[in-house]
Design a protein around this ligand. Structure first.
Ligand code: ZN
Ligand code: ZN
Length: 345
């Protein structure tokens, strides 16, 4: 009879077979996934050995490109006009309407052509794929200003919430958990899969189209002007407009609602980010399509939603403005989804 110690434990001793119920195993797996996700967005991930150089060098490159706008040889009124038009199309239609209110919060439904244009504009913004954006944003709402919030100025600091959180490299596994948990109903949609695979091509393609169009109408100098203004200046302006929503509107401004986070309404971010600066309103009632809840809280993106509804491209718009100071339970929707996935609801 052998007395040697077995190298591996007998199958019966494995944790999954120690009499744990299927629900307990699911809960343990769920907790392990949660821990991995919280760790992925922890500030400790920001170290030189863990920098996402693709994202970091791209953002540095766009900012350096925007500096060429100070050189008179790259100035043109055509470039400024293209910059303003694309800023509105990518930031207001692509991000605010498309990625944010439509995809992440389901504040309305869009007919396929409008959905396609909104997602394409989102890709042209340079803020990543629709699924990554929507999943990360749902995580922000669920964990807002608590551990696990990807970009809280309260938990970490203003610089982290504004830009630094974008720099750490995140693992394929943490992205898989993020998708499976936060956008389970979106992840298999063919149109979103298409943009998932092509979002970077839209961006580079947009730059090439501007270069070629400028070249055709005014030679290389006009081509360069359209790239500097229509891509670099436009993207830098739109980036910081969006990023101020993550940083400034969790720090400064007034509150209409008693939310569980530190969200604020800030007029100048509302102007820069096409209505998204009314962020306390939004955290209190995330699924409501208009972000401005008082008559003076102008929300330019809401005007576009109304226009799309008028021509039948948007429907089932959640436009009922809340009454009183209480936040609704919509922020808890993702908590419920999380529990449902874990099988503990
Ligand atoms: Zn927020
Ligand atoms: Zn939101």
């Amino acid at each position: 009879m052998s007395t040697a110690t077995p190298l591996t434990k007998p199958v019966d001793d494995q944790p999954s077979d120690r009499g744990l119920s299927a629900a307990e195993i699911k809960r343990l797996k769920f907790q392990a996934d949660t821990d991995q996700l919280v760790a992925a967005f922890n500030k400790d991930q920001l170290k030189l050995s863990n920098v996402d150089w693709v994202v970091t060098l791209f953002l540095i490159g766009v900012h350096v490109g925007a500096l060429f706008a100070f050189m008179p040889m790259f100035f043109s009124w055509t470039g400024v006009a293209v910059c303003l038009a694309l800023h509105w199309a990518t930031c207001s239609i692509g991000i605010c309407l498309g990625y944010h209110r439509y995809l992440a919060h389901k504040s309305m439904k869009l007919r396929a052509p409008a959905e396609f244009v909104a997602m394409a504009c989102g890709c042209l913004s340079g803020e990543g794929s629709p699924l990554t954006w929507a999943a990360t944003h749902r995580l922000h709402h669920q964990k807002s200003d608590q551990d696990g919030d990807p970009h809280s100025p309260i938990v970490v600091n203003g610089a982290w919430s504004h830009i630094l959180w974008l720099f750490p490299k995140r693992t394929t596994e943490s992205s898989r958990i993020l998708y499976r948990r936060y956008v389970p109903e979106l992840v298999d949609r063919p149109m979103l899969q298409f943009f998932e695979k092509t979002f970077a091509l839209w961006l580079w393609g947009g730059g090439l189209v501007l270069l070629a169009a400028g070249w055709a109408i005014g030679g290389w100098q006009m081509g360069a002007s359209l790239v500097v203004w229509g891509m670099c200046v436009r993207m830098v302006a739109a980036y910081h407009s969006t990023w101020f929503v993550n940083s400034a509107t969790h720090l400064w401004g007034y509150r209409n609602y008693d939310t569980r986070d530190h969200s604020r309404n800030l007029w100048w971010v509302a102007i820069l980010a096409y209505g998204e600066g009314w962020h306390n309103n939004h955290h209190a009632h995330p699924a409501v399509a208009p972000a401005g809840h008082k008559w003076w809280e102008f929300d330019i993106t809401w005007w576009s939603i109304k226009a799309l509804r008028a021509v039948g491209l948007a429907y089932d718009v959640k436009d009922k403005l809340p009454v009183g100071r209480a936040a609704d339970e919509s922020d808890q929707e993702s908590d419920m989804m999380e529990k449902a996935v874990a099988g503990v609801a």
